[in-house]
Design a protein around this ligand. Structure first.
Ligand SMILES: Nc1ncnc2c1ncn2[C@@H]1O[C@H](COP(=O)(O)OP(=O)(O)OP(=O)(O)O)[C@@H](O)[C@H]1O
Length: 296
């Protein structure tokens, strides 16, 4: 469980994070979404005890990160893949961490294998790694202590489509076994397929949170296009359905698809398109985060 309560961070006159409150439950993946500069990294750094909050609290399993004994055994974090020492090989990096956190060295090899960095890749210095390889190494490092919580800042950066799919499967499996995952991204499509819940942030504040269904509740409607726009417009009007035409002659109707379809059928209007209105998660995310100016 991750609990963030009234968390704020000011840097001089910039408020990077402003009164954020949210929680991530075991068994779930939470997508932490927001445009560049929204305050995601700062929040994750505060949860992981790397940046002190100005006000508010962040706890993992009820305890502040800094007060957890051997935190890597409870919380796996990937906050900055470029922070790894470039002169060490992937294997040395993990072996060193394994020793520091008290896990057997063979677990380092198992993790390298799991993230696809076994063999030759493990023996190359990290400075020769691509960003995607660094992300994989960072994920291996985060998992090394067999934690129950994962906090990953933009882990999909630098991963190819196969790598992104691999990561999704890994995170889903982790959560399905009872783990808690907080996963940030500035791109909805990177987290949409794996997240159970979303915390959407903009300008340092939480602007929406919940499941996709929660976020989209009340934003329903039906998009409909007829072969003859005038005939369809007349059919919708005759059925008393409120319809807004667009420039192409299609309509967004404040009614479900069945009612719209029936109205068209009753008037003999031929439909060429009938679907939920285009107010999907992506549109919602863009409209919630449209203004990218940070709060001063
Ligand atoms: N150490 C710092 N000193 C001053 N300002 C900072 C510092 N760290 C972050 N900020 C500012 O805080 C705001 C939030 O930054 P943060 O990196 O948390 O956003 P983000 O959502 O993670 O964005 P990105 O996706 O670009 O990393 C930005 O305006 C940033 O410039």
């Amino acid at each position: 469980m991750i609990e963030v309560t009234g968390l704020s961070k000011r840097y001089g006159d910039v408020t990077a994070v402003h009164g954020m409150t949210f929680a991530c439950a075991p068994g779930t993946v939470t997508g932490f979404l927001g445009p560049n500069g929204a305050g995601k990294s700062t929040t994750m750094r505060m949860i992981c005890g790397m940046t002190p909050p100005t006000t508010g609290t962040a706890t993992v399993a009820g305890t502040e990160y800094r007060k957890i004994a051997n935190p890597a055994r409870h919380v796996g974090a990937l906050l900055d893949p470029s922070a790894q020492h470039g002169g060490r090989t992937g294997r040395e990096t993990l072996a060193l961490t394994a020793r520091l956190i008290g896990v057997p060295p063979r677990r380092a090899d198992a993790m390298l294998d799991m993230v696809g960095l076994a063999g030759k890749a493990a023996r190359r210095p990290v400075r020769a790694y691509s960003l995607g390889m660094r992300q994989r190494l960072g994920i291996a490092q985060a998992l090394l202590g067999d934690p129950s919580v994962l906090i990953l800042d933009e882990p999909a950066n630098g991963l190819d489509p196969e790598g992104i799919r691999w990561m999704r499967t890994l995170l889903r499996g982790f959560a399905d076994k009872g783990g808690t995952v907080l996963l940030s991204s500035h791109l909805l499509r990177e987290v949409e397929a794996v997240a159970d819940r979303f915390v959407v942030v903009a300008r340092g504040r939480v602007v929406a949170q919940g499941t996709a269904a929660d976020l989209l509740a009340g934003r329903t409607g039906t998009f409909v296009r007829g072969l003859d726009p005038a005939a369809l417009g007349a059919a919708l009007a005759a059925a008393g359905l409120p319809a807004t035409p667009d420039a192409s002659g299609a309509f967004t109707v404040a009614a479900d698809a069945a009612r719209v379809g029936r109205a068209a059928a009753a008037a003999g209007a031929v439909l060429v398109e009938l679907r939920p209105a285009g107010d999907g998660l992506e549109d919602l995310f863009l409209s919630l985060t449209a203004d990218r100016e940070p709060v001063a």
